[in-house]
Ligand binder design. Structure first.
Ligand SMILES: [Zn+2]
Length: 286
């Protein structure tokens, strides 16, 4: 039960009126902290790895570590290669045992996005692996921020055709959400989410979940999102936390102390996210 398909957990979240927390898990500190938080909170969890955020960490090292942690967890955990942009990388991830892959063809023309996503779906499904597509374009990345532009928003009219022709299990959509840091107050088009949600049966995913208020998250979930991605806001708190700990200890820390503090930080942040998304206490019912 522990290692689970992402769409299974997203559907349960939608039904239960909460969102599945999705964290980047590129390093062992992040994975240890986030799994412990999920177990302590009795929350389902999704752990992703994004090669663009951790270019020094080989896929062949990170994904087996994440999959192993998911298999041993006491709560259901989905694993995902995030923002895969080419067939070979995605197939390596499938081979390494993840339960979900994302093909990000959001910067491609509509027909090419469909053709390439469909190709991935065909092979991934043969291995029982779920596929997330992206339609519209969620701006920026965790490492480079970009302003949101309405022309990048997902067109509800094209979603039905995209889902039918590709066979994706889950879909990332763009409605004013951006990766990384928001410039100014986020302006989310929730009516667009509601329209898309009414048109298709598959779970909808929000990338760029950092920096919103608790009430924003509630509204996003009520509009039809069942999975929210987190990285930037949590990651930017690591250094201040370590710095404060080192100052209090009045010493130059050894590396294992930095690891301890990092785990501590990611743990508390994950617990907080699970509370806000309403996933706390939901795992045992799955
Ligand atoms: Zn993303």
């Amino acid at each position: 039960m522990a290692h689970t398909r992402i769409d299974t957990l997203q559907r349960a979240a939608r039904k239960g009126g909460y969102a599945l927390p999705h964290f980047l898990g590129g390093t062992i500190e992040m994975v240890v902290a986030q799994i412990k938080a999920a177990e302590d909170c009795d929350s389902p969890l999704a752990l992703g790895f994004a090669p663009e955020v951790f270019p020094v960490v080989p896929l062949e090292h990170s994904l087996p570590m994440i999959v192993n942690a998911a298999q041993r967890a006491c709560v259901p955990v989905a694993t995902q290669l995030e923002h895969g942009r080419d067939f070979d990388t995605i197939m390596r991830a499938v081979q390494l045992g993840v339960s979900s892959v994302m093909f990000d063809g959001s910067d491609l023309p509509f027909e090419e996005n469909i053709a390439r996503t469909r190709e991935i779906v065909k092979v991934a499904h043969a291995f029982g692996v779920a596929v997330e597509g992206e339609l519209g374009c969620v701006g920026g990345s965790a490492v480079t921020s970009m302003p949101e532009k309405e022309s990048f928003f997902t067109e509800p009219e094209s979603v039905v055709e995209f889902v039918e022709r590709t066979g994706v299990d889950t879909l990332a959509i763009s409605f004013g959400n951006v990766h990384g840091r928001y410039r100014g107050k986020p302006c989310l088009d929730l009516e667009r989410v509601r329209r898309i949600s009414a048109l298709v049966d598959i779970p909808l995913v929000m990338h760029g979940g950092s920096g919103l208020s608790a009430s924003d998250y509630r509204q996003v979930i009520e509009s039809g999102i069942s999975n929210i991605h987190f990285y930037t806001a949590i990651a930017s708190g690591v250094w201040p936390y370590i710095n404060q700990k080192a100052k209090a200890a009045q010493t130059i820390p050894l590396y294992h102390e930095i690891v301890d503090w990092t785990v501590d930080h990611f743990y508390h942040e994950a617990v907080h996210v699970m509370d806000i998304l309403g996933s706390t206490g939901r795992a045992s019912a799955l």
